[in-house]
Structures are given as structure tokens and as C-alpha cells.
Design a protein around this ligand. Structure first.
Ligand code: BGC
Length: 248
């Protein structure tokens, strides 16, 4: 078995587990530590060290991170502390834990998990867009199985406002919108995504995906609309798989 510690850094907490990267399955229970305010580097480093300690982990670490991440460096900070910008996440975690680490965008991680081990598996010849609906909106585009990284479709503008500030799951919760009312905002967003990219398949992941039965019936899209099979575990699984793959 090839095991990697998969970590998913989110806007309101950090989740992790050991993952069997051949099967794309968790081999330890998923743990989540909530965080308050915009998540800062020192908090994340401490929590990662805690995961490593708790699991007595000595191997690779993969991190799904909610920003543009190029070669391990965070290049944006929409829902996280601005202190991240320019920081090399791979190096910082290595310094803290002594373990080899590879970070990538969180939605790219979730997308990879779905394409390899989940709802996207049958669609290796199609155009697939994975959207994660959580604190923000994340995106991953796969063209015939190949990922175009760091697409940031949550930052498309709808009616002059950044899409994730209108239609994310966090906005639904904050404004206490009914599923139906939220679906109207989501529909506008999906219309724009479809107009610009004409995907064959749309996979919805992130925190909201476990409630897909409540809002999918209100949505009308041309693409085939599917919930993420791994729901909000996809980020952990994909991050672990990515690290295992890059380290080879
Ligand atoms: C960030 C993306 C991230 C998404 C989901 C957005 O605010 O800009 O990089 O994938 O949130 O966490």
C-alpha cells in the first residue's frame, strides 16, 4: 500500500487523513480542526505538525490549499490571510516537519480525486469542470483527462460582483437562503460557466455537495450534472495522490 498524508486547508478549518493513494481511500479517520478568521501560516503549520504527531507520520504530505499555487508557492489570498502570498508552502511545511510536501490548489486536488477515483472516472475523453462550493467557489477543468491548473472560476464576475461572493455555500449560510433562493444565484453562475466553457460534465463538490439532493432539482444546465462521489473528502484524497505522483 502507498500511503500519503492528505491535508485539505479550508476557509474555516483544516482536515486531514492518511490516504491509500492506489485505491484513493482514507485509511485513517478524517480529522478536522476548526480555525477562526482568515487562516494564517502559523496556524496551518502548527496544525499540520499536530496531524504528523498524532499519526506518527514519517512519509509524504500532500496539501490542497485554497489559493493559486504554482510550484508550491501561494500566489493569491481570497479567503485566507494575505501573509500567504509569495510563501513557499512546500518549503515551510518541510521546515516545520522535516517531511517532503507538495501543495496544489484545493479544487484541483478535489478534481483530481474525482477524475481518478470518483464521479469523473468515465469521462476521460470529455471536457469536465469540477466546482467546489464551500467558503469560496473553486474550480478544476479537465480536457480529456488533463488538468488545466489554477483556473479560479469562482472569481468570474456576475453582475459586477465576484461570483463566489454571491453564490458560495458560505453566502447561503450567512444570508440564511433557502435552497431554492440559493439555486437562483447558483444558476446564474452556472449559466456563465457554461457559456464560456461548454463543459460536457459538471461535477459539484465541496461542503455543499452532501446536500446536492436539495438543490440539484432546481438547476438546469446543458452539461451532465453530477455530485462529487467523495463529497468533501475529495480534497484530502486528491492532495495525497498528487504528492505521491509528483514525488515519483
Ligand atoms: C480561491 C481558490 C479556491 C477556492 C475554493 C477561492 O476563493 O481563490 O483558489 O480554490 O476559493 O477554496
Amino acid at each position: 500500500m502507498t500511503k500519503v498524508l492528505g491535508i485539505d486547508v479550508g476557509g474555516t478549518g483544516i482536515k486531514g487523513a492518511l490516504v491509500d493513494t492506489r485505491k484513493g481511500e482514507l485509511v485513517t479517520e478524517r480529522k478536522r480542526y476548526p480555525t477562526e478568521g482568515k487562516i494564517k501560516p502559523v496556524e496551518v503549520m502548527d496544525l499540520i505538525a499536530k496531524f504528523v504527531d498524532d499519526l506518527q507520520w514519517q512519509g509524504l504530505i500532500g496539501i490542497g490549499f485554497p489559493a493559486i499555487v504554482k510550484n508550491g508557492v501561494a500566489l493569491s489570498a481570497a479567503n485566507i490571510s494575505k501573509k500567504w502570498i509569495g510563501m513557499n508552502i512546500d518549503e515551510a511545511v518541510h521546515q516545520k516537519t522535516g517531511l517532503n510536501t507538495y501543495a496544489l490548489n484545493d479544487a484541483d486536488a478535489a478534481g483530481i480525486a474525482e477524475m481518478r477515483f470518483g464521479a469523473g472516472r468515465p469521462f476521460q475523453k470529455e471536457i469536465v469542470i469540477v466546482l467546489t462550493l464551500g467558503t469560496g467557489i473553486g474550480s478544476a477543468i479537465f480536457v480529456r483527462g488533463e488538468l488545466l491548473p489554477n483556473t479560479e472560476l469562482g472569481h468570474l464576475e456576475i453582475r459586477g460582483k465576484i461570483a463566489e461572493r454571491r453564490a458560495s455555500d458560505a453566502i447561503r449560510q450567512k444570508k440564511d437562503l433557502s435552497w431554492k433562493k440559493w439555486s437562483v444565484l447558483l444558476q446564474e453562475y452556472l449559466d456563465e460557466v457554461e457559456f464560456l466553457f461548454s463543459p460536457d460534465i459538471l461535477i459539484v463538490g465541496g461542503g455543499a455537495s452532501k446536500y446536492h439532493e436539495k438543490f440539484f432539482p432546481h438547476l438546469h444546465v446543458h452539461a451532465q450534472l453530477l455530485p462529487a462521489e467523495h463529497l468533501n473528502l475529495a480534497g484530502i484524497i486528491g492532495a495525497a495522490w498528487y504528492a505521491g505522483h509528483v514525488a515519483k
